[in-house]
Design a protein around this ligand. Structure first.
Ligand SMILES: C=C1C[C@]23C[C@@]1(O)CC[C@H]2[C@@]12CCC[C@@](C)(C(=O)O1)[C@H]2[C@@H]3C(=O)O
Ligand SMILES: O=C(O)CCC(=O)C(=O)O
Ligand SMILES: [Fe+2]
Length: 370
């Protein structure tokens, strides 16, 4: 059977409240310390590195080294000079704004079905939490046409054009970033047979596009935009509008805000790169908090390997002293595992305990993610 991301991650329950018009936080959305209360942040002045992809010599270290350090230390970094035009970033933001500002009954015409992946709905990880999140989402895999037509029977073209152009540009950037991140581990194209075609050309991966909307919230300290999670990807490229909300978890520092910089994009290490790198580049735990006055929008490009490809620790990174820590798994299988085990998914594909003290970040950082 052909691989489809849409087969792998099923929603358990969906509730649709119009968060834009609610004046008081309902009990259903009021989080407490026992479920990862957002205001427990430590005050942090550091943040993830900003890497100039054009600059081959930043503070005497080159881009590859800079990326390697960021992946090891943070599991995330921001990029500038990435060749995605400001115009395209504005277009995708506008497409998201136009979609989420529609009346609820119109958005629900493209509601994600209970056993589907694409379309409009609450965060799909909601089923792992007793409280609901202060956000709404729209997931696209491949062409947005079918859902766009359900929402705008005549007027779907503008939305589809923006999404499709964004997907094309993101695919190129994600491929480039994957080779930079793997390159920083000493991995070349010869070492990854599934990513290279017969003529030595790079093969494209699979991807999903996630539009996230976080309306202004009457009680932001007790609400959660998107609960702590890692992405089940090789890497994720995130565009956030000019309102902060994304936080990454760093061992020893706690939750650290990722400030939005005009034109910059955030890159996250996902669980599959964690596996490929045999744990050297841990996937980053992250979440989105909300804001009393400002509406926030983010667009995540979730990039993974081509269909059917088994992902396992790369042979070059494995030896007697560094045995493979994870078993081989396809993206589709991993998404199924994540849908079942959520924050325990990575541990559930683990083969053995590491020899060197390293452990899955989520297993020992004390942050409750599920
Ligand atoms: C490819 C995918 C990754 C994702 C599940 C999905 O099938 C499509 C949406 C993705 C997303 C976006 C928001 C956070 C996340 C955990 C979720 O609930 O849906 C991720 C999923 C993931 O990375 O596991
Ligand atoms: O909105 C954000 O900043 C985070 C979104 C996110 O983590 C995701 O879509 O996977
Ligand atoms: Fe995420």
């Amino acid at each position: 059977m052909p691989f489809r991301i849409s087969d792998s991650f099923r929603t358990h329950s969906q509730k649709h409240l119009d968060l834009n018009s609610i004046k008081e936080l309902p009990e259903s959305h009021a989080w407490t310390s026992s479920n990862d209360y957002p205001s427990e942040n430590s005050c942090n002045f550091e943040s993830i590195p900003v890497i100039d992809l054009n600059n081959n010599n930043h503070n005497n270290i080159n881009v590859l080294e800079h990326i390697g350090q960021a992946c090891k230390k943070w599991g995330a970094f921001q990029i500038i000079n990435h060749n995605i035009s400001e115009r395209l970033l504005q277009d995708i933001e506008l497409a998201g704004k136009n979609l989420f500002s529609l009346p609820m009954q119109q958005k629900l015409k493209a509601a994600r079905s209970p056993d589907g992946v694409t379309g409009y709905g609450v965060a799909r990880i909601s089923s792992f939490f007793s409280k609901l999140m202060w956000s709404e989402g729209f997931t696209i895999v491949g062409s947005p046409l079918e859902h766009a037509r359900q929402i705008w029977p005549q007027d779907y073209k503008k939305f589809c054009d923006a999404i499709e152009e964004y997907e094309r540009e993101m695919e190129k950037l994600a491929g480039r970033l994957m080779w930079l991140m793997l390159g920083s581990l000493g991995i070349t194209k010869e070492d990854v047979n599934w990513a290279v075609g017969p003529k030595g050309e790079s093969k494209g991966g699979s991807a999903a596009l996630q539009l996230n909307s976080y309306p202004a919230c009457p009680d932001p300290d007790r609400a959660m935009g998107l609960a702590a999670h890692t992405d089940s990807t090789i890497l994720t490229i995130l565009h956030q509008n000019n309102t902060s909300g994304l936080q990454v978890f760093k061992e020893g520092s706690g939750w650290v805000t990722v400030p939005p910089f005009l034109g910059a994009l955030v890159v996250n290490v996902g669980d599959l790169l964690h596996i490929l790198s045999n744990g050297s580049y841990p996937s980053v735990l992250h979440r989105a908090v909300v804001n009393r006055t400002r509406h926030r929008l983010s667009v995540a490009y979730l990039y993974g390997p081509p269909s059917g490809v088994k992902i396992s620790p790369l042979a070059k990174l494995v030896d007697q002293r560094h045995p493979p820590l994870y078993r081989a798994i396809t993206w589709s299988e991993y998404l199924g595992t994540k849908a079942k085990h959520f924050d325990k998914a990575l541990s559930s594909v683990r083969l053995c305990a590491p020899l060197t003290g390293f452990a899955d970040a989520k297993d020992h950082n004390g942050v409750q993610v599920g």
